[in-house]
Design a protein around this ligand. Sequence first.
Ligand code: KG4
Ligand code: ZN
Length: 354
Amino acid sequence: MSGGLILSVESSCDETGIALIEDGRLIRSNVVASQVALHAPSGGIVPEVAARAHLRWIVPVLDEAWADAGASWDDVDAVAVTYGPGLAGSLLVGINFAKSLAWVHEKPLVGVNHLEGHVYAAWLRDPGETDRPDPVFPLVTLVVSGGHTFIAEMRDHLTYRLLGTTLDDAAGEAFDKVGRLLGLGYPGGPAIGRAAEAATRHDRVFPRAWLGDSYDLSFSGLKTAARRIITEARADAGLAGTSEAPLPDDVVAELAWGFQDAVVDVLVTKTIRAAEATNARSIVMGGGVAANGVLRARLAGEAEARGLPLIVPRPALCTDNGAMIGAAGARRFAAGERAGLDLDARPSLPLAAR
Ligand code: KG4
Ligand code: ZN
């Protein structure tokens, strides 16, 4: 790779992220403005509110990214931006901003698939981090986010073969919905992870949708089962018919643990099986749910038992950020890809095909 800097912009969902990435992997700066507090009262993302927040924060985020990196436009090779998948209004803010920067500063523009960003976060390095191994091909990647969940094979850079995908909800979506049912607020993923840590009993079993030998996944049945199990637990706690009174903390912890265990079990089992079946030489995991401590630990244990290197970015690089878009954008740029100034948002942009 060229050794120059990629300025990268991410605004597909509810985080405004801008980063400066050197040589495709070294994080010179990575600033993220999160909208979590903004969306918490409504219990989920309101698209127009998200788009307006990107508009409000994108310039201050850029200013901070420049300040942190101590760099200037002279050092920049290209501007990379997420053009899908995601919320149309949110994507348009980042795309229009990146286009304007590229045009004014006469830099090439590169369009990046957000999901490819989650995969390429595995190549990122923090300053001073020298002992981080690069993923080795062929590899199997598990991407688990709020909008997507899939397992794909990569035999080389920028090429994907879909092995399995969720047939209904994304894993993060299930975490968020069950978090709400448990009264844990938004976003449910991190809250369930924290609540589960306090569980002292580990005997609440939630169903797993194995779907035979396939690598496909399904979480909507689990969500329905969770609703039933939580209703029963409320009745057991003498809370039937009320919706306001919270479940006791120890019950919430046990239920959070049981739900998380079911999701993690299926994700880990299928990913390991896919890696073995394709003779993968490493496993890469990314996306917001990959920040989950139990998922990280369990996949690490199973991978290590088979001598398979597992590369998972630190949690802040699993959730949405600009650095991952810079890592993927640098690869696309090095491969000669350029976007025109007519680049448009692609809310349903796919990554991998079977
Ligand atoms: O990748 P991401 O930041 O945004 C999308 O591209 O969707 O993923 C967000 C998702 C949310 O559903 C959130 O609840 C989940 O990732 N998440 C977690 C954790 N941190 C974030 N799920 C489980 N455990 C966590 N620690
Ligand atoms: Zn994401």
